[in-house]
Design a protein around this ligand. Sequence first.
Ligand code: FES
Ligand SMILES: [Fe+2]
Length: 455
Amino acid sequence: MTDLDRLLADVRRGMIPAHVYNDDELFRLERDRVFGRSWMFVAHESEVPHPGDYVVRRVLDDSFIVARDEGGTVRAMFNMCLHRGMQVCRAELGNASHFRCPYHGWTYRNDGRLTGLPFHREAYGGEDGFRRHEQTLLPAPALDSYRGMIFINLDPNAPPLRDYLGDFAFYLDFYTNQSSAGIELVGPQRWRVKANWKIGAENFAGDSYHTPQTHTSVVEIGLFREPKAAKRKEGALYWAQRGGGTTYKLPPGTFEERLRYVGYPDEMIERMRGSWSSAQQRVIGENGFMISAASLFPNLSFVHNWPKVANGSDSDTVLPFISIRQWQPISADETEVLSWFAVDAAAPAEFKKLSYKAYLMCFGSTGMFEQDDVENWVSITSTAAGSMARRLLLNNRMGLLHDDKPVTPPLAHWVGPGTAYVGYGEYNQRAMLALWADCLAQPVAEAARTELGAP
Ligand code: FES
Ligand SMILES: [Fe+2]
């Protein structure tokens, strides 16, 4: 058994060698075997609504221009000039019909086609020397979208995105499909934390357990009524193939009453009725759970919370918000966080404004939850680099007995796909790391190469 085999076997039995949270060698493997074959979120269609709109996004070190061309098609193009490799687009977002490389001036249309090549005749002998007309910026090997969320995959043979999402798509709809108008995004705010990317992804996937401890002050100052210790454990944790998340138990009531309880106005609830399937509605109306944080493997997370927004500690007025966030790895010990505010595009203007405020109060670079969380994650990462961390296997088995039977049985009447448990457990962190282990166990095939204008 190689060291890697042993490590993956440990992870699969729910024991985590602590150094996985800061290990350069594993990070090199993750780069190819996790991020080289997973569907990576790069943008939402609402970020590039008009022809010429673009954003520049990365998958680790690979920069892509995600642009809507003049015909309305959204493409993701590798942001490297075909000439000598300069980054073609240096801005983070904008609207452009063409992109001109700053180095020698090669110019590309917003669909990637090379259109301008200074001194083509003098320098190359025209088309005889270099066929300008056949050249385009390298497209992302695969591109696909779900509910307006655009993903790319560095593996051209990746399964379709919908297959990859699997049953998790059912839960994705709670965040992205509150009406037929879909969502619109604000952001992203971006910042770097000295923490391994897996820690945030695992936390959002299923760590209800940290909320009462890490975020005590948020409850104490009256910002949030939910994460009291006794309350959080009543929530369900669900896992469905490629992702899973946490929920809060709602007080008794109908679908409408429960959505009102978390602060949705009636006109939005009406539209949710129209766009969610009956099973999706029954998770709220029958099971009585409201989705909160979630992660899609490997590094995309979601959160839905409803903090108090009115002044006065006795006020019970809450307002929900949604955030989409990505844990973009920089290295084994550093992550760039991208944090978007998301809201139903059909929501009333006043709701959008207040929901954005609620988001900023809780998440984003100044958010109170964010500040609490990151302190833990940075500390784990720095300690995981030492030699002692190589001697410690962390227990990731919460919710399991020694014989692998669950402490509490799965919820028998859970309406959604996948498996759900009420109470505290590390079911989802184990599921995330099991997918991670599956990726790491499989080497990637060598990628095809593109030779530019070779004779
Ligand atoms: S590197 Fe882009 S034009 Fe030369
Ligand atoms: Fe947290």
